[in-house]
Ligand binder design. Structure first.
Ligand code: NAP
Length: 327
């Protein structure tokens, strides 16, 4: 007999894992799908100093490890699956992966956001060959080398500061002369000896034969183009891109209501326009995308999914237990 889950959670970042732990703790039959390792973006964040009760030694991977253990401990099932399509048209929600089909009474969409790309020639071709979107993952490769960090938000400044511990020199390249990041962290960055700023500048092209060898910049004020070449002894340098994120929501287009940027619209209960479908974390429209708000969203979504199953779903499908295995 096919399994009918109470709650299926798509994505095992902080929102999905928190939803998993709340749902499983409420004795709901819970499954969490994740195509990669659990953790989402926070798993590649070296230091998480602003998650309540975290301390100087709190790392993204460390916090995720605890969340996974908590969620597993309450009995949430985790499956390594790439979910490719969904059908939310009936009371039983259908979730398709490349290898199978799953069914659930309620779904929590928590598959987050992904790094925005510059979109210039050479970027895609040289990703993993000098172009990176994760300092925690790749900083070590650039020990003693030169590194450029692109962006002017908190991610760019924080990751640039982190990279100064590895690279010989870090240059932060930002397209304006004012920062989106808080002034206090900009001031902190300005005091670091091997961190320089290149402002009003965009990246036009990244060049290299199998590895990054040069980058073409454009000064936005003068329109002047300049090309930076790798130091002869180094042969290469790093380009770390931190220019924000885009929601991973293509699969839900035309199914779930979204804003013009593709973020899913929910109410305060994380409820989307479809009964029984909730969204939590970075994928939804919200004012602050942080681990603390993601875990809060996930918890709320799980509690609301429980209420939906008890009050709405059971009325819609009183005979459900005869069709599916539910326990
Ligand atoms: P963000 O705040 O959206 O900043 C993105 C930066 O990239 C902006 O400076 C933007 O420039 C620039 N940018 C966007 N598109 C670009 C393009 N095509 N080419 C060049 N530059 C481009 O993104 P974020 O820094 O990743 O932060 C995301 C959220 O996480 C924010 O809410 C942030 O506060 C939060 N965050 C918090 C912490 C923390 O509290 N410890 C750490 C990291 C992130 P413009 O300014 O010109 O638009």
């Amino acid at each position: 007999m096919e399994t009918l889950y109470d709650v299926a959670i798509i994505g095992a970042g902080p929102a999905g894992l928190a939803a998993g732990l709340y749902a499983a703790r409420a004795k709901l039959k819970t499954v969490i799908f994740e195509k990669n390792k659990p953790g989402g973006q926070i798993a590649i964040t070296h230091e998480v100093a602003n998650y309540p009760a975290s301390d100087a030694g709190s790392t993204g991977p460390g916090l995720i490890e605890k969340l996974v253990a908590q969620s597993d401990g309450f009995g949430a099932e985790r499956k390594k699956e790439n979910i490719v399509s969904v059908d939310f048209s009936g009371p039983v929600k259908v979730i398709n992966s490349a290898s199978g089909t799953y069914r659930a009474k309620a779904v929590i969409i928590a598959n987050g956001a992904q790094p925005r790309k510059i979109g210039c020639p050479g970027e895609a071709r040289l990703t993993g060959k000098g172009v990176s979107y994760c300092a925690t993952c790749d900083a070590d490769f650039f020990t003693g080398f030169e590194v450029f960090v692109i962006g002017g938000g908190e991610s760019a400044i924080e990751e640039a500061m982190y990279l100064t511990k590895f690279a010989r020199k870090v240059t932060l390249v930002h397209r304006r002369d004012a920062f989106r990041a808080a002034q206090s962290i900009v001031d902190k960055a300005r005091n670091i000896d091997n961190l320089e700023f290149l402002l009003d500048t965009t990246v036009e092209e990244i060049k290299g034969d199998g590895i990054v060898e040069s980058v073409v910049f454009k000064n936005k004020v003068t329109g002047e183009l300049s090309e930076h070449f790798a130091d002869e002894d180094d042969g290469t340098f790093g380009i770390f891109v931190f220019i924000g994120f885009l929601p991973t929501s293509d699969m839900y287009k035309g199914i779930v209501d979204m804003d013009e940027s593709g973020y899913i619209i929910t109410n305060d209960n994380m409820q989307t326009n479809i009964p029984g479908v909730f969204a939590a974390g970075d994928i939804r429209v919200k004012s602050l995308r942080q681990m603390v708000t993601a875990t809060a969203d996930g918890s709320i979504a799980a509690v609301q999914a429980d209420k939906y199953i008890e009050n709405v779903f059971e009325e819609l499908m009183p005979e459900i237990d005869q069709q599916y295995a539910t326990a």
